[in-house]
Design a binder for this molecule. Structure first.
Ligand SMILES: C[S@@+](CC[C@H](N)C(=O)[O-])C[C@H]1O[C@@H](n2cnc3c(N)ncnc32)[C@H](O)[C@@H]1O
Length: 196
């Protein structure tokens, strides 16, 4: 409950960055993390925009052998998450600098197995959104997954990032508001691009 109140308060003052009034539901968290494929223990999972950590907790529960790196812009959330989950790496910073953050932690991009994003990408300034996509693209090798959720699949119709394929999407009704999961796979070449 305290987390929901804290999230709500941050949303009132920073709505564009937050994109939602309340944290995601456990059902959405489970469905998001279910899209992460089985990964060798040597691979790292990156989470962008963890907020109060709903997806982070699910990631750690489902992938206890993998290192998790969470990149959060909001100082309050980043500090709280680092305190509550000392088993993960919390980076307080902007998702657009993902390759730099990973380099700072000594993690080569080849070791990143998947990126899970809770960022409200389409409500962020366009240049920032493009910079974040570029960072994800530089980070993920072909075949790796970038998993995003949205409250409007329609808004994402023309927003599939270049170099990614959108796989089968999944609706989660038990969330406020209901959300759709967009699992993207990094392609080898632009010629592979299609939208499911
Ligand atoms: C919709 S909330 C999602 C929080 C959590 N994943 C959930 O689903 O409940 C979006 C989160 O992204 C963070 N955020 C927004 N812009 C960011 C950026 N450029 N870099 C890193 N985090 C960002 C916000 O601070 C917020 O915690």
């Amino acid at each position: 409950m305290r987390e929901t109140v804290s999230f709500f308060k941050q949303s009132l003052v920073r709505f564009r960055e937050m994109g939602s009034l309340v944290p995601s539901s456990p059902q959405l968290a489970r469905a998001m993390v279910a899209e992460v494929p089985v990964l060798p223990a040597s691979e790292v999972i990156v989470e962008l925009g963890p907020g109060t950590g709903v997806f982070t907790r699910e990631l750690v529960a489902r992938f206890p052998r993998n290192r998790v790196v969470a990149v959060e812009f909001n100082q309050r959330f980043a500090e709280r998450l680092a305190l509550r989950m000392p088993e993960i790496d919390v980076v307080e910073g902007c998702a657009s600098l993902l390759p730099e953050h990973l380099a700072g932690l000594g993690i080569p991009t080849e070791r990143v197995g998947a990126v899970v994003s809770g960022l409200p990408l389409l409500s962020l300034p366009r240049e920032l959104g493009s910079a974040i996509f570029a960072g994800i693209t530089r980070t993920l090798a072909p075949g790796r997954r970038y998993i995003q959720f949205t409250y409007s699949k329609r808004a994402w119709r023309d927003a599939t990032p270049a170099g990614f394929r959108l796989d089968k999407t999944r609706m989660v009704w038990l969330n406020f508001p209901p959300a759709e999961i967009l699992p993207f796979t990094r392609l080898r070449s632009r010629a592979e691009v299609y939208v499911a």
